[in-house]
Design a protein around this ligand. Structure first.
Ligand SMILES: Cc1cc2nc3c(=O)[nH]c(=O)nc-3n(C[C@H](O)[C@H](O)[C@H](O)COP(=O)(O)OP(=O)(O)OC[C@H]3O[C@@H](n4cnc5c(N)ncnc54)[C@H](O)[C@@H]3O)c2cc1C
Length: 289
C-alpha cells in the first residue's frame, strides 16, 4: 500500500515556461502510485475510508483552493510506460504529452505534433480532449485503458464520445493507445518547430496561467468577447486578464486562487451584460472540501 503523504498540491515543472497557475494550498494527502496495482489498492483504501480524491495529471488546467484540498491528490506521473508497435503507440497516462510527441517524431509517426507545447499529461489530454490548431487528441486515439475495481479494462474509441473540449470523464485513465501515420521526419520536425514558435508568439507563456480560461462559444472567440467588454488588462489582486491574449488569466506574482475565481466570475458577468453570451470556463476550479 502506497503511503499517503500530506503535500502541497503545487508541482514543480521542468519546462522553462510556466505550465500551471501556481496557486493553491496543501492537500491532506498526496500520493504518487508507482504502478497500476498500487493505484488500485490506493483507490480501494480511499473508498473504504471515505476519503475523497482527485486525479492530477500535470495540473495545467486546475485551480486549487487557497486552503488546499481536503482529501487525496493522486499524481499519475509515474505511469510512464511507452510501447511502439508499428504505427501504434501505447502510453502511460502520466507521460507528458509533449514527450510523447517527440518520441513519436523519432519514430517518424505523425498525428499529434500540432499539440506540442500543451503542458498536459497523456491522461489529462484524453480526459479533456485537448486540442489546438485543428487537431484534437481524440482524432488519433484508438483506445483507453481505465482502472476498474478488478484491474483494468480497455475501452475502444467507438464506445466513447468526444467533442470540442469534451473528453472522457468518470474513469481513471491509466493508458491510452494512439494510431498514427508515417510521415517524413523533416515534415514532422517542421510542424513541431512552427507550432512552438506560433505558441510563443501568441500566448503569454512567461507568466503562470492555466491556458485559455473560457471555452470558445459557437462561432465566437472568447478573447474577442472579453476584449469587447473592455476587460483586457483588468486586474484583481495578482490575477490579470492578459494583455497578450485576453482569454488567458495570468498570475502576476502574488495571485491567490480567490483572486482568480473572482476574476473568472467578473468576466462572465461583464461579458454576459455586454454581449449576452455566458462564457463557460475551460479551467477547472477544485474546491477545498
Ligand atoms: C500554457 C498552457 C497552454 C495550454 N494550451 C492548451 C491548448 O492549446 N489546448 C488545450 O486544449 N488545452 C490547453 N491547455 C490546458 C491544459 O493543458 C489541458 O486542459 C490539459 O488537458 C490538462 O492536462 P493535465 O495533465 O495537466 O491535467 P490536469 O490539469 O492535472 O487535470 C485536468 C482534468 O483531467 C483529469 N485527469 C487528469 N489525468 C487524468 C487521468 N489519468 N484519468 C482521469 N482523469 C484525469 C483531472 O482530474 C482533471 O479533472 C493549456 C494550459 C497551459 C497552462
Amino acid at each position: 500500500m502506497h503511503a499517503l503523504k500530506s503535500r502541497n498540491v503545487r508541482e514543480k515543472e521542468p519546462l522553462s515556461h510556466h505550465t500551471t497557475m501556481k496557486v493553491g494550498g496543501p492537500a491532506s494527502y498526496f500520493a504518487t502510485p508507482e504502478n497500476v496495482q498500487e493505484l488500485q489498492s490506493l483507490i480501494a483504501r480511499l473508498r473504504k475510508e471515505h476519503i475523497r480524491y482527485v486525479i492530477l495529471g500535470r495540473g495545467s488546467n486546475l485551480i486549487f483552493s487557497d486552503k488546499g484540498y481536503k482529501g487525496c491528490v493522486i499524481s499519475l506521473k509515474k505511469l510512464m510506460a511507452l510501447t511502439f508497435s508499428g504505427k501504434r503507440v501505447r502510453v502511460g497516462a502520466g507521460l507528458p504529452l509533449s514527450s510523447l510527441i517527440l518520441k513519436c517524431a523519432a519514430h517518424n509517426l505523425s498525428g499529434l505534433e500540432k499539440l506540442i507545447g500543451i503542458p498536459a499529461s497523456v491522461g489529462g489530454a484524453v480526459a479533456n480532449n485537448v486540442g489546438a490548431y485543428g487537431v484534437q487528441t481524440s482524432d488519433v486515439l484508438e483506445s483507453v485503458t481505465v482502472l476498474t475495481p478488478q484491474g483494468t479494462k480497455i475501452l475502444p474509441k467507438s464506445k466513447l464520445s468526444f467533442a470540442y473540449h469534451r473528453g472522457m470523464r468518470g474513469h481513471i485513465i491509466v493508458e491510452a493507445t494512439f494510431k498514427l501515420v508515417s510521415k517524413p521526419n523533416t515534415f514532422i520536425q517542421a510542424t513541431i518547430k512552427q507550432t512552438l514558435i506560433y505558441r510563443t508568439q501568441t500566448q503569454p507563456l512567461s507568466e503562470p496561467s492555466a491556458g485559455s480560461t473560457f471555452i470558445n462559444p459557437k462561432s465566437r472567440k472568447a478573447w474577442q468577447l472579453i476584449e469587447a467588454a473592455g476587460l483586457k488588462g483588468f486586474q484583481k489582486g495578482g490575477a490579470k486578464v492578459s494583455e497578450h491574449h485576453a482569454n488567458w488569466i495570468v498570475n502576476t506574482g502574488n495571485a491567490t486562487s480567490r483572486d482568480i475565481v473572482w476574476l473568472i466570475r467578473h468576466i462572465q458577468k461583464t461579458v454576459k451584460k455586454k454581449s449576452g453570451v455566458l462564457l463557460q470556463p475551460e479551467v477547472e476550479i477544485i474546491p477545498y472540501g
